[in-house]
Design a protein around this ligand. Sequence first.
Ligand code: TYM
Length: 324
Amino acid sequence: MRIFSAVRPTGEIHIGNYLGSINQWIELQEQHDCYFAIADLHAITTPYDKNALKDKIFNLAVTYLSLGVNPDKCAFFVQSKVREHTELAWLIGTIVPVGELQRMTQFKDKSKQHKEYVNAGLLNYPILMAADILLYKAEGVPVGKDQKQHVEFARNAGEKFNKQFGECFPIPEPIIPTNQANIMSLRDPEHKMSKSGDQKGCINVFEEEDSLRKKIMSAETDTGKEIKFDLENKKGVSNLLSIYSAFSKIEIPALEQKYEGKSYAEFKKDLAELLILKLGEIKKKRDSYYKNPDIIFDMLDKGAEKAREKAQKTIEEVKQKMGL
Ligand code: TYM
């Protein structure tokens, strides 16, 4: 299967990104033809600091490599280095209705969040994302649940293109992890864990130990006592169980059994120590990469070269089909 996915270099990577998406990248690269991008063109649709962007891209690349992305097994590159992404976005943009863009949940949320910066790029965000996916004729797109709507948009765009101009794109399927489809904020389990939300509810992959312990220990639970997965009535506890299960690879029912009759505090303490252990291993790898920045840039350039090869072929085909 051909796979495409991407992440925006908008800040530190949190465990929601890790469990929602990166974890899957690492598994998929073992068996599939994978293209993974750092979506810098998507990152500039909301306010950002242009002087910090390069560092953020570098840090993200280091983080992903530390988490297990292997450039020998996939094409790992920066989106803006492969111009065909924007070229295909323009072409796709001519066949999708504006109304569909205006109805996108992320557009509605972000335009409320950044009232002063509702730019056309933000509205067209799903078009660029569809182009990212279709450019590689990807069949699978590993993402967190929050991006499902955007992948559906890409499916519609692909179908519409095929119908209008002749068979060209496979219709991509979202690949969403089952247990931990959406990791929620530790402070407000009604909302997903997010880089831009309440920092106390968000655990970064490189979170300091003390702060990690504090965040887990003060995570929102409920007035009950039972450690049970119940998304209706126990959102906070369910979220912690999802995190625990993903990091320990122990199924949720087995965890419920393990913590039967135990307190929230005991459960949280174990979870914090588990995270410290697992994230500590990743930190060690990161430190070794930081010592060799040139290797990282070199590797990203090679990834872009590999991606460009495929991208150019698709663009030629699309242009020809569209009569250009
Ligand atoms: P971004 O940078 O917001 O998030 C990167 C990935 O992490 C997932 N994610 C989560 N999963 C579970 N729980 C959470 N709390 C959580 N927060 C984030 C996201 O679903 C995503 O998979 N538009 C994309 C980037 C992108 C892309 C693409 C993805 C650009 N082009 C093409 C797939 C295909 C985004 O904003 O990701």
